[in-house]
Design a protein around this ligand. Structure first.
Ligand code: SF4
Ligand code: SF4
Length: 338
């Protein structure tokens, strides 16, 4: 099913889609664009390439109460936190959807699956949006991601001058387009094909990198690489493929809650244990962990580097200690033949 809508009618579409539950959109928030639940009057920015924080928190919120407990005599009552019900995530870029698929392997393709994450994935219809003009920090082509298409989306959308083209890719997507009724027009043979979109490649060479890193835990490259890191954690918070979290119980013996929030492997206390031992006491160990996880540990299990080339760590790290610098320092760079 293929439909179109003119850009000036989009606020009506937002109003319609938000009737059934939260509608996440790239919303201009001062100088930045964030994925946020839309409310009347929000300025939606579908042209933004650089969305400061990825949409991963739709599925893995920054903070959430995971369950409540209540004890009464010998009885323990557990109740799961309520989820958001039906959700629409509109305007997810192909790199970010690929990153969500990487998180699915960790949170869903396990036994047991993470119940809240899975429920949110099942209840969310994802409308992906093609990127037409990548910014200079985007390098998703390196990971074989096509900025113009997102195979895992429920609907693929593309802006074509003053029109938004929408193509359903799944049953959920068909139902979203059907439900919009007269707000959408039939595509009537309008071409949906996108032109090829090329991103930077930064001369990266990833073949064999994961295998090569297997025996390089003590490599001297780590002694230099970590030095500028400030342990601010920004790289992990903006990264769509990072998923460290912390779990704590709050309350007393009668009643309380289990709370989960994002955490960062770049923080000194992340691996600190109750007895005071910390297996990653310094910045070197933590920087090594972040990059080894992306470039060696994750690929060893899932046969794919845990980066989608979104460029957020390149835009955000205050000392330019991003994944491109790390890959190059570890030998993953094409050397030009003279
Ligand atoms: S690598 Fe950069 S963004 Fe990440 S913790 Fe270190 S200084 Fe912060
Ligand atoms: S490591 Fe950097 S470029 Fe790769 S997905 Fe994370 S934020 Fe994006």
């Amino acid at each position: 099913m293929k439909k179109t809508i003119s850009r000036d009618k989009l606020p009506e579409l937002w109003a319609h889609l938000s009737e059934t539950g939260p509608l996440y959109l790239p919303v201009q928030d001062g100088p930045v664009v964030l994925f946020k639940p839309w409310s009347e009057g929000d300025e939606v920015n579908l042209d933004a390439v650089n969305i400061a924080v990825s949409p991963k928190d739709i599925f893995l919120p920054r903070e959430e109460t995971y369950l409540h407990y209540r004890c009464s005599g010998q009885q323990l009552e557990l109740s799961e936190a309520e989820d958001n019900g039906e959700v629409t995530a509109f305007g997810v870029h192909p790199c970010d959807l690929k990153a969500i698929e990487m998180l699915d392997r960790v949170f869903i393709d396990q036994d047991p699956a993470d119940a809240l994450y899975k429920k949110r994935r099942d209840n969310t219809t994802v409308v992906a949006l093609s990127c037409t003009e990548p910014d200079p920090f985007c390098f998703c082509n390196v990971f074989d991601i096509d900025p113009a298409s997102a195979p895992g989306a429920d609907v693929m959308a593309r802006l074509d001058n003053g029109t938004l083209l929408l193509e359903a890719m799944t049953e959920k997507g068909e139902s979203l387009l059907k439900g919009a009724g007269n707000l959408l027009q039939d595509a009537n043979g309008q071409a949906f094909e996108s032109k090829k979109v090329e991103t930077a490649d930064f001369n990266l060479k990833l073949d064999g990198l994961a295998e090569n890193l297997k025996d390089r835990f003590e490599d001297p490259a780590w002694d230099k690489l970590y030095k500028s890191c400030l342990s601010c954690g920004v790289c992990t918070y903006v990264c769509p493929t990072c998923y460290c979290f912390d779990v704590e119980d709050f309350g007393h013996e009668k009643e309380g809650e289990r709370f989960r929030c994002w955490d960062s492997c770049m923080y000194g206390h992340f691996t600190e244990m109750a007895g005071g031992h910390n297996p990653r006491p310094g910045r070197k160990e933590r920087v090594r962990q972040r990059f080894m996880h992306k470039l060696q540990y994750y690929p060893e299990v899932y046969a794919e580097i845990a980066c989608v080339g979104c460029g957020r760590c390149l835009r955000s790290c205050p000392v330019n200690l991003d994944i491109v610098q790390a890959i190059k320092a570890l030998g993953g760079e094409t050397v030009e033949q003279r």
